[in-house]
Structures are given as structure tokens and as C-alpha cells.
Design a protein around this ligand. Structure first.
Ligand code: NAI
Length: 390
């Protein structure tokens, strides 16, 4: 919990620190990556460094955590930390790296706030940092302990590479060694390590799109982002027979509980819901299932066959489709929940572009679905969650 000594200091300086985070975090990353260039090789995303998303995400997390602590000094904001911990473990973050972050973050704070900072203010923010870091370290240790092995990276052989819709590709992989494989949960993702043409190793998270329970297959589907650094390499360069390094599965937006379930997805955001749907169909679920999906056109829908087959296989399951390009038999334009008969006790899983998720979450809340039952995950640095928690 935040000490009584620090609380008024954090309350008083939060607006100022919040307003300067935009300069503190680039200063921090620049110091840290200059001193530890190895962290950019296989840990931090070069694309997110270059476009500033990583800096904004760190700033958002710190501000969100500090705001929550000031409002409730005795309560650690679990949801915010859980989401971050799953991303950290998928990257193999270790306890000692929190010392490295502390050193360069506080050097950056000292420089950027030189006009206002006192020893007392620095101590108060140090307390906030270690409250957050120690809580994360504890959650992350627990997540690592749940895995079937204690390795970060395991070799997997690409055994299939299948085009999925017009822009995506499904990769099926089999273990390339005898490391015990963790059974994943529907909705989880794995990190995939890819060597770029310039030799730099980069890591991305991809949702498993099918067969999550399997210990002999990993299946993920990725859309090619022509402006991106990693997906074009996966699509163009990686071939059947190649070996990729994969992490254990992580992610806390998973299909749990009972009762009716609604999947509302758009574009390649259908992947985690498709794996959940696959699991429901495979286990002969008696849950009421509604699948809502939005795409530009029918051909773009990456997992069309898999999802329609699984909807057909589940008793009473319903599928509705929205297409931007008018197509007979389907809703036209962006998804709308208006007029849909969504059960009041439904759990909703929303995944797709951020504006889509915001629109659907708002509509669902207006329709009476409690926010606690609406599950979503922002892929990439988690700005929205950090903002929502503050
Ligand atoms: N596990 C996860 O959280 C995953 C998340 N994603 C995310 O899903 C997103 C999907 O990307 P794309 O397929 O390229 O999407 P896209 O840009 O092709 O859009 C797909 C559909 O989203 C809907 N949409 C777009 N903007 C909207 C708006 N302002 N309001 C309402 N609906 C809107 C439209 O129906 C559109 O056809 C990516 O941002 C990716 O980060 C993707 C895979 C997994």
C-alpha cells in the first residue's frame, strides 16, 4: 500500500508528472537502450519505439497505476497489472530488469523535472515504482510457474502455411524438440521471434487461432501489414520446414465461466474468438453462442470456413455478419448491436481495431451488459486499458 507520507506528495505532483511523461519516457528509453542495446534485439519492438507507442504505453501505465493508488492507497489495481504481467511474461521479462528500468527511468525523471523535483518527491515516486514493480514481479513469477517448462523460447517447425482470406496466413507448427508443451486456453497468444532481413530479432504476439489445447500443434493466423516489420517476413520469407522460436502461451482474456457468450469481432481480430469457438464446438458446449463479425468484404474474412463450420456444429449458435461492401444477405457497414437480442447475462468478447472495440463496448453498455462482462484486449501497447483504469 502507498504510505501516508507519499500519498499527498503523489497527489500533488501527479498532474505535473503526468503532463511531463511525454518527455520523461522517450528520455528513459533513449538512456536505457543506449546503455543496453541488447534489449532492442529480441525484447523491445523497434517499430513501437520508432512510432512512440511504447513510450506512450509506459507513460499511460505509470499514470494509471499512480492515479489508482492515490484514489485507493490500499488496493493494488489488479486488472491493469495482470494485463501488463501477461505481456511481460510473453517477452520473458526478468526480475533484474526492473532494476535496470528503475535506474534509467529515475535518471530521466531527475533530468526532465530538474526544476521542481525534491528528494522527498523522488522518494515518493520511487515508492510508487517499486509497489508497481514488486506486484508485477510477483504476478509474473506465478505465471512462469504455471508453464509446463521453465524455458522462454522453444523451437517449433512450420508444418503448414495456408492463405487465410485475402490478406492473412495461418501457420501451423509442431514441436521441434521434446520440451514439455503448455496447454493453452482459448483467447491466449504466443510470442513469435523473427529475424528481420537486417539481422535484428523482433518479437510479436499472435493469438492462437485454433487447437489451443493441443500439445503437438500451435496454430496462429496473422494479417500481412505491408508497412510492418515482422508480418511481411512471416508471410514472404518463412516457409514450411523452417523453425521458429515460440514462447509459452499467455494472455488473461480467456474464455471462462458459464452462460451465454457473444463474440464481437472485426477483421483479423477474429483470431482469439475463433479459437474459443473451436474449443466450444470441440467440447459440444451447451452454452448459448452468438458470433458477430465485421469485415470489409466476404473474401477478406480470414477464418471464414473455420468459424462458420464451428457455428454450424454448436446447437442453436447464431452468426451475423456486417460487410462494408454491400453484399446481399448480410448487414451493410460497421457492426451495430441495435435490434440484436443479446442475453442480459451474456459474457462478451470484443476484438478488432481500437475504434471498433470502443464503439461496440459503448453500445453493449448502453444495451445493459455490465462492463465487467465485456472482455477486450488491445493488441500492441495497451494504451486504452491504461487510460480506462485511471
Ligand atoms: N488478440 C487480439 O487482441 C488481436 C487484435 N487484433 C487487432 O485487430 C485489429 C484488426 O485489424 P484489421 O483486420 O486490419 O482491421 P481493418 O482495419 O481491416 O478493419 C476490420 C473491420 O473493422 C471494422 N471497423 C474499422 N473501423 C471501425 C470503426 N471506426 N468503427 C466500427 N467498426 C470499425 C470494420 O467493419 C472493418 O471492416 C488490429 O488493430 C489488431 O491489432 C488482431 C488480432 C488479434
Amino acid at each position: 500500500m502507498l504510505s501516508e507520507k507519499s500519498r499527498p506528495l503523489i497527489t500533488a505532483t501527479l498532474p505535473l508528472v503526468g503532463s511531463r511523461l511525454g518527455t520523461i519516457t522517450p528520455n528513459f528509453y533513449s538512456r536505457m537502450l543506449t546503455a543496453h542495446p541488447e534489449l532492442l534485439d529480441g525484447l523491445f519492438s523497434r517499430a513501437n519505439q520508432n512510432n512512440g507507442e511504447q513510450q506512450k504505453a509506459l507513460a499511460g501505465s505509470i499514470a494509471g497505476f499512480a492515479s489508482a493508488l492515490v484514489a485507493n492507497p490500499d488496493i493494488i489495481p489488479e486488472q491493469l497489472l495482470s494485463r501488463i504481467a501477461h505481456k511481460h511474461t510473453a517477452l520473458g521479462i526478468t526480475e533484474d530488469q526492473y532494476d535496470i528500468v528503475y535506474k534509467y527511468l529515475f535518471e530521466a525523471i531527475a533530468e526532465e523535472l530538474a526544476d521542481v523535483i525534491t528528494a522527498e518527491i523522488a522518494d515518493a515516486w520511487t515508492e510508487v515504482y517499486w509497489l508497481m514493480a514488486n506486484a508485477l514481479i510477483k504476478i509474473e513469477k506465478g505465471l512462469y510457474a504455471l508453464q509446463a517448462n521453465d524455458k522462454m523460447w522453444m523451437p517449433w517447425t512450420v508444418i503448414e502455411k495456408n492463405p487465410a482470406g485475402t490478406d492473412a496466413m495461418t501457420f501451423v507448427l509442431a514441436p521441434a524438440d521434446d520440451t514439455p508443451v503448455t496447454v493453452a486456453r482459448p483467447g491466449q497468444f504466443v510470442s513469435v521471434k523473427v529475424a528481420l532481413p537486417d539481422g535484428l530479432l523482433q518479437v510479436r504476439q499472435y493469438s492462437l487461432s485454433a487447437d489451443v489445447e493441443s500439445t503437438t500443434r500451435r496454430v496462429f493466423t496473422t494479417k500481412k501489414d505491408d508497412g510492418g516489420e515482422v508480418s511481411p517476413v512471416l508471410h514472404n520469407n518463412v516457409q514450411v520446414g523452417d523453425v521458429l522460436e515460440l514462447s509459452n502461451p499467455y494472455g488473461d482474456v480467456t474464455l471462462d465461466g458459464e452462460g451465454p457468450v457473444v463474440f464481437a469481432t472485426a477483421g483479423i481480430g477474429c483470431t482469439p474468438s475463433a479459437s474459443a469457438l473451436r474449443s466450444l464446438a470441440a467440447t459440444g458446449t451447451d452454452r448459448e453462442v452468438m458470433v458477430l463479425h465485421a469485415e470489409k468484404n466476404l473474401a477478406a474474412w480470414a477464418l471464414r470456413d473455420q468459424m462458420t463450420n464451428d457455428v454450424d456444429a454448436i446447437d442453436g449458435a447464431e452468426l451475423q455478419l456486417w460487410l462494408e461492401e454491400p453484399t446481399e444477405g448480410f448487414h451493410k457497414g460497421f457492426m451495430s448491436l441495435a435490434g440484436l437480442d443479446i442475453p442480459a447475462n451474456a459474457s462478451m468478447y470484443v476484438c478488432g481495431p481500437l475504434p471498433f472495440m470502443k464503439a461496440i463496448r459503448n453500445q453493449a453498455i448502453d444495451a445493459g451488459i455490465p462492463s465487467t462482462k465485456i472482455h477486450y484486449e488491445v493488441f500492441g501497447p495497451d494504451l486504452w486499458l491504461a487510460g480506462a483504469a485511471s
